[in-house]
Design a binder for this molecule. Structure first.
Ligand SMILES: *[C@@H]1O[C@H](CO)[C@@H](O)[C@H](O)[C@H]1NC(C)=O
Ligand SMILES: *[C@@H]1O[C@H](CO)[C@@H](O)[C@H](O)[C@H]1NC(C)=O
Ligand SMILES: *[C@@H]1O[C@H](CO)[C@@H](O)[C@H](O)[C@H]1NC(C)=O
Ligand SMILES: *[C@@H]1O[C@H](CO)[C@@H](O)[C@H](O)[C@H]1NC(C)=O
Ligand SMILES: *[C@@H]1O[C@H](CO)[C@@H](O)[C@H](O)[C@H]1NC(C)=O
Length: 464
């Protein structure tokens, strides 16, 4: 009788978790992706795939009978030789394009435009397209950086219904910033560095087919925005470049990232406070630190993230694979998360929930409050772990993780030592789960457990 009841409660829980996270699936269908392009009564058809860039721009100008108004940065004095300062040309071209309905801000191919930190502000007239075909490059010396923009390079704010496209490159020229980072040169004070591309306080934004590389710090931040579609974006930086997150999402809802290839020195994707309904599909990640929710709860702050789905990813050569990271002493919660259909290649910590996250030179003390983590499902996850820590659930003694679900997992190390480590993690597994994860059920606290066998092992996880 007890067993049957237990079985049914597990079944009900499973259904709850799967349905909570799969409501996002509907939102990700093409209908939803298309609806806002056609908004405001104008029936612009999304073009069929497979067209060349040239065909693309011709169609763009004529499609649906909408007369597009090109605004070329060269008409505003841009030189595009990679040396001249094209900042004013870009600012003036933006001002013009933003003021016209159906404008296309054109950044032509085969040129490099050096542009200083700028906030490209809206609101703009309807249907603005930013067509980047060439390369936009940042001045490379941190000493000359305009102190008015400590944390952004190209920032776009207060926009509604804008598309960024064109197959061009946004290049932060970040190497001098990396060398000056306190994580590389410990004699330097820890200072923030600019994000290459920021979308802030905006809605209905599409970013398609751009390359963002060598950012000073983060590559692409989506902040205080909703209904954002990112597809076919490539992000790259060396694996030792500090804090160069690929896509960082904060205070945003209804964000979809699809068909992106991200390899940097930090998280491929990081999702932080006040974000919900985030969907990632077909992601190639690595090198870097994997796909992360968090960090959350730093300096006793509140962190809330709900409704995250990752479906179909390959994660290669990274420090972590799928991670939720929270600092001791925070509050709030992470809830309703699904990671599925993921291939791991030589990942140090393929699956990790870490409520002892501590990315600071000083060690972090254990505290009683923590960001609560619940309803997290990992399923259909295969591949290789570089360390025995194939799965690690290091949860707080006072705010344990609950309803962690594992299904159909097969993670191996070269020498067959893959293990599951748990502290205060409650949940269950079904189907094939390798390495075994019985420590999930036993939910013991007060020291990390390895495969349900007691071990003294400090779960504190330090990342510098
Ligand atoms: C851009 O930055 C450089 C320093 O790197 C400075 O000399 C120049 O005046 C700036 N341009 C504008 C338009 O502010
Ligand atoms: C996180 O977001 C909530 C609102 O959802 C806000 O109250 C809180 O201050 C935010 N925390 C931080 C650290 O910004
Ligand atoms: C994992 O491996 C199984 C068989 O070994 C396979 O059927 C499944 O498609 C694999 N899943 C992923 C995400 O690679
Ligand atoms: C197995 O390999 C891992 C690294 O992949 C290493 O940390 C561990 O010590 C090895 N264990 C044995 C028993 O050789
Ligand atoms: C913090 O808590 C964990 C889990 O109970 C324990 O293993 C670890 O020793 C504690 N660390 C410190 C510094 O007290």
């Amino acid at each position: 009788m007890g067993r049957t009841l237990g079985f049914f409660s597990i079944l009900v829980l499973l259904i709850l978790i799967i349905s909570a996270s799969s409501s996002d699936d509907q939102r990700f269908t093409t209908d939803k992706i298309h609806f806002w392009f056609n908004g405001d009564g104008e029936q612009e058809q999304e073009r069929a795939g497979g067209l060349s860039d040239e065909a693309d721009s011709i169609l763009m100008l004529e499609r649906g009978g909408v007369a597009r108004v090109p605004v070329n940065v060269h008409s505003f004095g841009a030189v595009g030789d990679g040396v001249a300062d094209d900042t004013m040309a870009f600012r003036n071209a933006w001002y013009k394009a933003c003021s016209l309905k159906n404008a296309v801000l054109l950044v032509p191919e085969r040129h490099r435009y050096k542009v200083n930190a700028t906030n490209f502000r809206g609101p703009c007239q309807r249907h603005l397209i930013v067509q980047v075909k060439g390369t936009i490059v940042a001045p490379d010396d941190p000493k000359d950086w305009d102190p008015k923009y400590p944390s952004t390079w190209l920032s776009f704010s207060n926009l509604n219904g804008v598309r960024f496209q064109g197959g061009g490159v946004i290049d932060g020229s970040g190497s001098k910033w990396w060398a000056a980072s306190c994580k590389i040169d410990r004699t330097n004070p820890c200072k923030e560095a600019p994000t290459a591309l920021t979308i802030d306080s905006s809605t209905k934004i599409r970013v398609k087919g751009l390359t963002i590389q060598f950012a000073q710090q983060m590559h692409f931040v989506i902040y205080r925005s909703d209904v954002v579609r990112v597809s076919g974006v490539r992000i790259l930086a060396p694996k030792d470049s500090p804090n160069t997150d690929g896509i960082h999402i904060g205070e945003s809802t209804d964000v979809a990232i699809q068909n992106c290839h991200i390899g940097t020195g930090d998280d491929c994707v990081s999702i932080v406070n006040a974000s919900s309904n985030i969907k990632m599909k077909k992601i190639m990640c690595g090198p870097g630190h994997g796909i992360s929710i968090g960090s959350l709860g730093k300096d006793k702050s509140t962190g809330i993230v709900t409704g995250v789905v990752l479906d179909t990813a390959t994660i290669s050569g990274t420090k972590n694979g799928l991670r939720i990271k929270t600092w001791q002493g925070g509050s709030g919660y992470v809830k309703s998360v699904r990671f599925e259909n993921v291939k791991m290649n030589d990942v140090e910590n393929p699956i990790i929930i870490d409520q002892f996250y501590c990315d600071s030179p000083a060690t972090c003390k254990n505290q009683t409050s923590a960001v609560k983590i619940s309803q997290v499902i990992f399923r259909n996850i295969n591949g290789t772990s570089r360390t025995p820590h194939a799965m690690k659930f290091a949860c707080s003694d006072t705010v344990p993780c609950s309803n962690i679900v594992l299904n159909n997992i097969n993670l191996e190390t070269e020498n067959g030592t893959a293990k599951t480590f748990c502290n205060c993690a409650m949940g269950f597994h079904y189907g094939i789960v390798q390495p075994t994860a019985d420590c999930l059920k036993s939910s013991s606290c007060g020291g990390i457990q390895e495969d349900a066998q007691r071990q003294t092992h400090d779960p504190t996880h330090t990342e510098l």
